[in-house]
Write a protein that binds this ligand. Structure first.
Ligand SMILES: [Fe+2]
Length: 196
């Protein structure tokens, strides 16, 4: 029996199953990240996106309905890899000063995977004439992009705090810097005297 050649419709359904699995995993990863985050704004961002992602799972169920196929998940090796890297990083860096930065890195890797997948699915949905599905996929795509941007912003603010601490050794001892250091030392000494 000759096998029917695969079509873009088949590719769409297969990828939809992959993303359905990935999105459910993402909800779990985000909840875990929210628990692990130290920075308030970061925790809030993870919590908000966990809720959003639960809606994204529902949107995918709607897309399955639109194409008249059962909502099934297919193991997504890529997302499994990304989430197990996150677990590993949480173990290695949990509680360290770099923990939040590492957590953001893991979350952004997940977001970028999702952005790639939803972008493809949206294009295919349009080409296949599933305009309602394309709209739903685009809503999710925009949420993923927004989250990615927010995470970048938070990462930048973390870097500022981190680089101040790390910068101490690297500061060049220009006259201005030495002057400030001396003024600071004098203040500290004065405080010490006042206490004594
Ligand atoms: Fe998502």
């Amino acid at each position: 029996m000759a096998t029917k050649p695969k079509t873009l419709n088949d590719a769409f359904y297969e990828t939809l199953k992959d993303v359905y699995y990935a999105e459910k995993q993402a909800v779990r990863a985000l909840k875990k990240s929210a628990k692990a985050a130290e920075h308030d704004e970061l925790r809030q961002a993870f919590e908000t996106h966990a809720e959003e992602s639960a809606h994204q799972v529902e949107r995918l169920q709607q897309v399955f309905e639109i194409i008249g196929k059962p909502a099934r998940a297919k193991t997504c090796e890529a997302m499994q890899g990304l989430t197990s890297e996150m677990e590993e990083d949480l173990e290695d860096f949990g509680g360290s000063p770099a923990a939040d930065a590492v957590l953001i890195g893991c979350a952004q890797a997940i977001e970028h995977y999702e952005i790639a997948r939803y972008g493809t699915l949206k294009t295919w949905a349009s080409q296949l004439g599933y305009e309602d599905a394309a709209k739903l996929l685009d809503e999710t795509l925009q949420e993923e992009k927004k989250t990615d941007e927010l995470l970048s912003q938070i990462a930048e603010s973390l870097n500022v705090e981190g680089s101040e601490a790390a910068g101490d050794d690297e500061e060049d001892d220009s006259e201005e810097v030495v002057g400030k250091k001396l003024a600071g030392a004098a203040k500290t000494a004065a405080k010490g005297k006042a206490k004594a």
